[in-house]
Design a binder for this molecule. Sequence first.
Ligand code: COA
Length: 335
Amino acid sequence: MEGINLNQIGVSFKGSGSYVPNQILTNHDISEKVDTSDEWIKSRTGISQRRISGLEEDVSQMGYKAALKAIKMTNWDIETIDLIILATSTPNDLFGSAPSIQEKLGANNAVAFDLTAACSGFLFAAITASQFLKTGSYKRAIVIGSDQLSSYVDWNDRRSCILFGDGAGAIAIEATNEFDNLIGFDMRTDGQRGCFLNLSSQNNQDVIVNNINCSTGGFSSITMNGQEVYKFAVREVPLIIDNLLKKNKYSSENVDWLLLHQANKRILDSVGDRLNISKGKILSNLSNYGNTSAATIPLILDEAVRNNKIKQNDVIATSGFGAGLSWGAALIRWG
Ligand code: COA
């Protein structure tokens, strides 16, 4: 679908899909590699196991499978999709993995590109896509979060390797001139605190010829100051959600679901307490998947939609946060 339609004022959330790899890595498995225990990991994080992509899998394959399920929920003709945004920090092609998802889907009329904002990536991508739809530039968008952090985790670092897993999720968003189900949003970055969580380039040097030097490609493993990231999350996430609710004249009682980036169970509980949102409204699948970075939010959203927890018109307060440091929140109505 093409063309500017200035009557398009809002967006509607039409479908969701997700995919996780088959390989399961339990806390017990990890305790065979580093000095930790199932009890420690569960009590400090809420995580019991995580999925690890197989050798034949990558970000675009996982993203493709999630996107296909989201599209099936909508009954859209693939040719009518205008925009595909893939949120990922672990593309299988640094020039962009979204084009190969477009190719696999056969979505020939869609422009497709990657967006990187770590664990905030999916939220930032969904907000970005919604702007194209609200301006009337595009009609239908697929937003995917897919990450394969297992390739970059230092599996000898017990302070971080316990947290992460692989997976993908996707949603289908459509422009509409009847209402706006993206009620409000806010996005933030603080590069000064960026040093607390990184997946940096290795900065190895090479000589091209004579005195001309260059840095060679390649990335180091994830480095993380867990305590600082924890403090950041429990301080900033309730603040940004609280401000968003107030700005849109909502209170926590109007929220049906609190859907946070799944980083740590204690972070979920703390944010819920500060916002006065009861435990029954806080979605959590951390125990099964750990932190799947950009995939986390659409993965748990899709689970909740498919098992009929999230219903049409439910109000969801969602927040993504992580490396950058970056964080954001959106208030949406499902459907
Ligand atoms: N198993 C056993 N012991 C461990 C351990 C592990 N996997 N990891 C750390 N420890 C030890 C530490 O060495 C330390 O021991 P010491 O007191 O003898 O020095 C002790 O446990 C406490 O370490 P600390 O780092 O204070 O633990 P914590 O309660 O802060 O929990 C995290 C660590 C990583 C679980 C927690 O800080 C966290 O979740 N932070 C947020 C990280 C995050 O979400 N990152 C992604 C954001 S998108």
